[in-house]
Design a protein around this ligand. Structure first.
Ligand code: PEP
Length: 269
């Protein structure tokens, strides 16, 4: 059985005081949670603050990005050893916002934004390999734009992203990887993907993983759904056999709503 995960992506929110307050509130409520792994991914500036707040709890710390080199002239980047030294166990890789694929309107996905944020299938693969080599658990995001869905390209886009992300990864190293299916049009928009459809795409991701690292390993890998998860839809999403948890943005910024999601995930399997 795959243990469910609820991961909170705080994105570029929370200064250190706010991060402390939010993490302490979640830790007080769910610090001893069982039956669900909980990961908090604050901005890099708040990693050590959140680490202090979740000390001696069952909650883990994650970063929102990683660079593949260990050190050097890469202004603004953070390496695997740096994330480990802040207490990170997980790292989000290839979030659609980092790939320059913004959700509310496809025209937001301009070449200029792609240049600013810059993640591509190739850089996602390098970041994934770097995370694994440092013993960090990668949470790899994949998902289609609204225009790609409307043109019937969802399966091709998603399976292509999964295959590219896992290129060159050995089956033995792949078990710890977490995938997150995040349809770009559902992120931060309030528009959730229908639970059965999310389950179908997560099933496609698992079959694609099986082609990359074998069926046995693919069965172990957790696949999360992300995109406007909230208390009103979490139960139907978590009831789906291929969905092993959630990657949550907006609803992870309030302790009460995030704790409700954790409770639903813990009760689901
Ligand atoms: C996310 O940031 O990965 C996300 C899914 O955001 P939201 O829950 O706000 O849609």
């Amino acid at each position: 059985m795959r243990t469910p995960i609820m991961a909170g992506n705080w994105k570029m929110n929370c200064d250190n005081d706010e991060a402390w307050e939010l993490a302490v509130a979640i830790a007080n409520e769910k610090g001893d949670v069982e039956g669900c792994e909980v990961v908090l991914c604050p901005p890099a500036t708040a990693l050590t603050t959140v680490l202090a707040a979740i000390e001696d709890t069952n909650i883990s710390l994650g970063a929102q990005n990683i660079f593949w080199e260990e050190s050097g002239a890469y202004t603004g980047e953070l390496s695997g050893p740096m994330l480990l030294s802040c207490g990170c166990q997980h790292v989000i890789i290839g979030h659609s916002e980092r790939r320059g694929r913004f959700g509310s309107a496809d025209e937001d996905f301009t070449p200029e934004l792609q240049q600013v944020f810059g993640d591509t299938d190739a850089s996602v693969n390098r970041k994934l390999q770097a995370a694994l080599s440092h013993g960090l658990v990668p949470i790899v995001c994949v998902g289609e734009l609204l225009s790609e869905r409307q043109e019937g390209q969802t399966d091709e886009v998603v399976s292509g992203q999964v295959t590219a992300a896992l290129a060159g990864v050995e089956a033995d190293d792949a078990e710890s990887i977490i995938l997150a299916y995040e349809p770009v049009w559902a992120i931060g928009t309030g528009e959730v993907c229908d639970a059965e459809e999310a389950n179908r795409v997560c099933g496609l991701i698992r079959r694609t993983l099986a082609g990359c690292v074998g069926e046995g390993t693919a069965e172990q890998i957790r696949i999360l759904y992300g995109g406007s998860v909230k208390s009103a839809n979490v139960v139907s999403l978590m009831a789906q056999p291929e969905i092993d948890g959630g990657l949550v943005g907006g609803a992870s910024l309030q302790a009460e709503s995030f704790c409700e999601l954790i409770a639903a995930a813990a009760a689901s399997k």
